[in-house]
Design a protein around this ligand. Structure first.
Ligand SMILES: Cc1ncc(COP(=O)(O)O)c(C=O)c1O
Length: 426
């Protein structure tokens, strides 16, 4: 159901002031309003709702993938590859390397060499291989919570020690606690850097990265820069790849990138691990080969090349759409849900809602919105220290559905205020 040219985007709610757009914004529209049926496709986000939330009908606003189709050039390239019909063992090709390198150069001014590129069947799988390659059981690995929960999960699974360097929050922005980092770095082997940072949506500045990198280099801590959200910058702070800062930073780091978040290809399970230092690279490759994970899914390789070579126009329009969704959430919350505090994310399609004024901690917050509003968001407690009382909202969905979800949340909070008020009056 595509909007007619010049009509508003909120197909199910055209009268709504919440979806107001300027002419300029409307001209940018691609096809992101069109709902795509994802139920029955084995989608974790949609078909996994019952298992995750105990209810199969919540509006799914969790799992970091998007409810949008991948760019048309990717769909076309996949169709052509399928028509070819032979799907034998596949390795990275010169085309694959060129596509990754050109993308990094064009979008992030990071010049990588072809031999630096290693394959991984996903960023998290790559992190596990790196932990195995670069540390021994019991070694310390620094993470900066609240942060992507799989960082801690990987370390726990592999028997490494998670060393928290918690971010500091002043009610508006998060900052890195460098004094604490300096102390923790003395007894750690690796640091998982999340940049842009999931779930808080911040892009670390060049100055922050330099300060962090200098500390890590001083104490021999290898920086694993997870930059999977790097292409999704929405604000004015540019993404600076850690390894692009200097040769020294490049050789003391490993960078993870992928087309998965950018082009909604997470299920393709392919990521690129960039390792400039030859010894570090060989150590990683050994583990990749020992587990026989070196091969590429031929469809994933095709999708990656098409996305990086031809997906740029789609991405720029996606970013414009996401900015509109973010603006919609900020306006709605400011006017209708003042109990919740939120700032537009600098990057990612994930919004970090400070719900602490609701007085619901840990899992109770997530459960409240599941049971009383029928919406499924990720409770912030999962992201470690400092996450309790927050929710992570995924806004990569058609605006009309996003608005429905916000209205359900508003109604649930209002009902709760009424019942709390009645209790207090008793
Ligand atoms: C920071 C970060 N790293 C890695 C991943 C997952 O990457 P993959 O699916 O390639 O394992 C996510 C997914 O949300 C993420 O937010």
């Amino acid at each position: 159901m595509r909007d007619e040219p010049g009509t508003l985007s909120c197909a199910q709610d055209r009268s709504s002031a919440w979806c107001h757009q300027t002419k300029e914004e409307r001209r940018l529209r691609y096809d992101f309003d069109r709902p795509v049926q994802r139920e029955g496709t084995g989608s974790v986000k949609w078909d996994g709702r019952k298992a995750r939330f105990g209810a199969a009908d919540v509006v799914p606003l969790w799992v970091a993938d998007m409810d949008f189709q991948a760019p048309k050039p990717v769909l076309d390239a996949l169709a052509e590859r399928v028509r070819h019909g032979v799907f034998g063992y596949t390795a990275t090709s010169a085309d694959y390397q060129r596509a990754v390198i050109n993308w990094q150069e064009r979008r992030h001014h990071f010049t990588a060499r072809p031999e630096w590129l290693c394959h991984s069947p996903g960023v998290v799988a790559g992190l596990s291989l790196m932990v195995s390659a670069y540390t021994a059981p019991g070694d310390g690995v620094i993470i900066q919570p609240p942060v992507y929960h799989q960082f801690n999960a990987v370390l726990k699974a592999l028997g490494r020690k998670t060393v928290d360097n918690p971010l500091q929050y002043d009610g508006h922005r998060y900052t890195i606690d460098f004094e604490d980092l300096e102390q923790k770095a003395q007894s750690a082997k690796l640091l998982f850097l999340c940049n842009p940072h999931n779930p808080i949506g911040q892009v670390w500045s060049r100055a922050d990265l330099i300060r962090l990198g200098e500390i890590c280099i001083r104490y021999g801590v290898l920086v694993i820069a997870d930059e999977v959200h790097a292409d999704l910058v929405l604000g004015d702070t540019p993404h600076v790849p850690f390894a692009s800062i200097s040769e020294e930073f490049a050789s003391h780091s490993v960078t993870c990138v992928a087309p998965s978040k950018t082009f909604n290809l997470a299920g393709m399970q392919t990521a690129v691990v960039i390792i400039p230092d030859p010894d570090l690279r060989h150590a990683y490759d050994r583990w990749l080969h020992d587990y026989h994970l070196w091969g590429l899914n031929p469809l994933a390789a095709t999708a990656l090349i098409a996305a990086y070579d031809q997906g740029e126009e789609w991405l720029d329009q996606l970013l414009a759409y996401l900015r509109q969704n973010v603006a919609l959430v900020c306006r709605f919350i400011a006017e209708k849900l003042p109990e919740i505090r939120v700032r537009p994310p600098e990057a990612t399609y994930l919004m970090w809602l400070d719900c602490r004024a609701l007085g619901l901690e840990e899992a109770a917050l997530e459960r409240f919105f599941v049971e009383e509003a029928g919406v499924g968001l990720d409770g912030g407690h999962q992201f470690g220290s400092g996450g309790s009382g927050f929710l992570r909202l995924n806004v990569a969905l058609p605006q009309a559905t996003l608005l429905v979800a916000l209205k359900k949340m508003e109604q649930a909070v209002r009902n709760r205020s009424v019942s709390e008020g009645a209790k207090a009056a008793r």
